[in-house]
Design a protein around this ligand. Structure first.
Ligand code: HEM
Length: 480
């Protein structure tokens, strides 16, 4: 077939029997894939064991495959772990009509939510509770406080989703493990971050039985929690007819449907889809908030500039107690927004997004991606590509203000932290609001430093999300 260019697979490094390219990819796949894609180009073939995988690392190819041929590239690649998480009836890991119907229900419920509850207030109240918990901590030790922010951020982002979905939340605790859902979500994330070799080598399945069972039982706890919450909502809605959160909206939307359509949204599906929101919305936003603190500790001038901007906005509104931001302030803080954009670029927590599978042969440049191949978008590689960004490895929020970077017809596809097309993230606005309020309130009230005057580690580790390594910071209360 070599004479016919269009039937050639994208190029890639030589694969070895059984393992394919897994040894080259190693434990930090975002870094090794970034290096390899510099050699092999915007469409590269790799073998994950026996799974043919194409990595897309150029904006042009992302558009060509994921957008222009979306009818063939929207489905998720479903490995065993994905099937354990969703049992094929969730939103993250389901396909076809089933996925489409649930995605539509979620999106329409999310948009209706805004007219039913004061969504912005719900999120800003929770951000306020987070900053209050640092104040209480400080009063207890009467001086500077030292914290590991990651656990607090997880508690915060989970609370936001729990409030939106179920009108429920849990108090902040320093060890972050007082809540059955946080415990279970932490466990699911831990299991997932280790990766499951049995996904790639089914022959190894018996050796991973324990980890599979542990994952199933952690997920079971999240599902049980969702099931009970949904049942309570059904009862309360019948009794009062009052809409108080997204679950009520979903249930009442389903109630309005003709019975043959309504029966599609059964309890099992709702439980899995809602549990997905708890899992996908917690670690992602919390890790991004933690990354932002890393860069602000390492760049005190930028931290200062954000604080000055936030204070100015509050002062302009005549606010005296400047310890509380609202979402409406977001549109007035150009510099802080640029910092949020920059952290989402420089440390995209979904470094390789979520895998897609081609359900038909798909062309990319002069190559072909055969039906059944897995496709990954190289989100991190695109963000670090020096042909697309000026000094990509530098945390430089000014790039978003000064338009330092080359603008091309494909520039929409070089910064794809939330994915692309009809399968992109449904929580992107929520995530940016959480980062703005959660980190913004901290900067407003505290000077944030490392505990030993040394810069914090900026490399992090690849797991379910690209997360910073655990770190501690010192918070010094500022006089406002
Ligand atoms: C900084 C925070 C976040 C990042 C970087 C992020 C990133 C991503 C990425 C890369 C995808 C895959 C997109 C694709 O295949 O094109 C995705 C999907 C998804 N995200 Fe997020 N996400 C974040 C926060 C959230 C939050 C807060 C929620 C909860 C509401 C959420 C819910 C989802 C869901 C349900 C999907 C699956 C969509 C589908 O398959 O149709 N994410 N996210």
């Amino acid at each position: 077939k070599k004479n016919n260019k269009c039937s050639i697979l994208p190029p890639g490094p030589k694969a070895i029997p059984f393992f394919g390219n897994l040894i080259q990819i190693g434990t930090q796949p975002h870094l090794s894939i970034q290096k390899l894609s510099k050699i092999y180009g915007g469409a590269m073939s790799l073998w994950f064991g026996k799974v043919h995988t194409v990595i897309l690392s150029s904006p042009q190819y992302i558009k060509e495959v994921i957008v222009n041929q979306s009818q063939y590239s929207t489905d998720r690649y479903l490995m065993e772990t994905a099937l354990i998480i969703g049992e094929n009836i969730d939103i993250l890991f389901s396909n076809g009509e089933y996925w489409k119907k649930y995605r539509l229900l979620l999106l329409s419920s999310m948009s209706k939510l805004k007219s039913h509850i004061v969504l912005n207030e719900t999120i800003s109240n929770e951000a306020y509770r987070l900053s209050q918990c640092f104040i209480e901590l400080q009063e207890r030790v009467s001086g500077d406080i030292i914290i590991d922010p990651i656990q607090y951020f997880k508690n915060f982002t989970l609370n936001v989703i729990m409030l939106i979905l179920y009108s429920d939340r849990s108090d902040y605790h320093q060890d972050g493990s007082q809540n059955i859902v946080i415990d279970a979500v932490n466990y699911v994330e831990k299991e997932l971050s280790v990766g499951n070799m049995a996904d790639l080598f089914p022959i190894l399945k018996p050796f991973f039985k324990n980890s599979r069972n542990n994952l199933k039982s952690a997920l079971g706890r999240v599902w049980d929690f969702s099931e009970k919450s949904i049942e309570c909502h059904r009862k309360a809605l019948l009794e009062t007819g009052k809409i108080k959160d997204m679950m009520d909206i979903m249930l009442s939307e389903i109630d309005k449907m003709p019975s043959d359509q309504a029966s599609f949204y059964n309890n099992e599906g709702l439980v899995k889809v809602c549990s997905d929101l708890l899992i996908s919305g917690t670690e992602t936003s919390a890790s991004t908030m933690s990354w932002l603190l890393v860069f602000l500790v390492n760049n005190p001038n930028i931290q200062q500039k954000i604080r000055a901007e936030l204070r100015q906005v509050l002062q302009d509104e005549g606010m005296v107690v400047a310890d509380r931001l609202e979402i409406s302030h977001r549109s007035k803080t150009l510099f802080f927004n640029a910092c949020i954009k920059e952290v989402l670029r420089i440390r995209p927590v979904g470094a390789l997004a979520l895998p897609r599978v081609m359900n038909h042969d798909v062309t990319v440049g002069d190559y072909i991606i055969p039906k059944g191949s897995q496709v990954l978008m190289n989100v991190y590689g695109l963000a670090m590509d020096d042909t697309l960004w000026v000094n990509p490895e530098e945390f430089n929020p000014y790039r978003w203000l000064n338009e330092l970077d080359t603008v091309s017809q494909y520039s929409d596809y070089k910064n794809i932290t939330f994915g692309v097309g009809s399968r992109s993230c449904i929580g992107s606005t929520l995530a940016k609001d959480e980062i703005f309020l959660g980190v913004g309130n901290m900067i407003l009230n505290y000077n944030i430093e490392s505990i030993n005057q040394k810069p914090l580690d900026e490399k992090g580790h690849f797991g379910i999300a690209l997360s910073p390594n655990s770190y501690k910071i010192k918070l010094t209360k500022l006089n406002i």
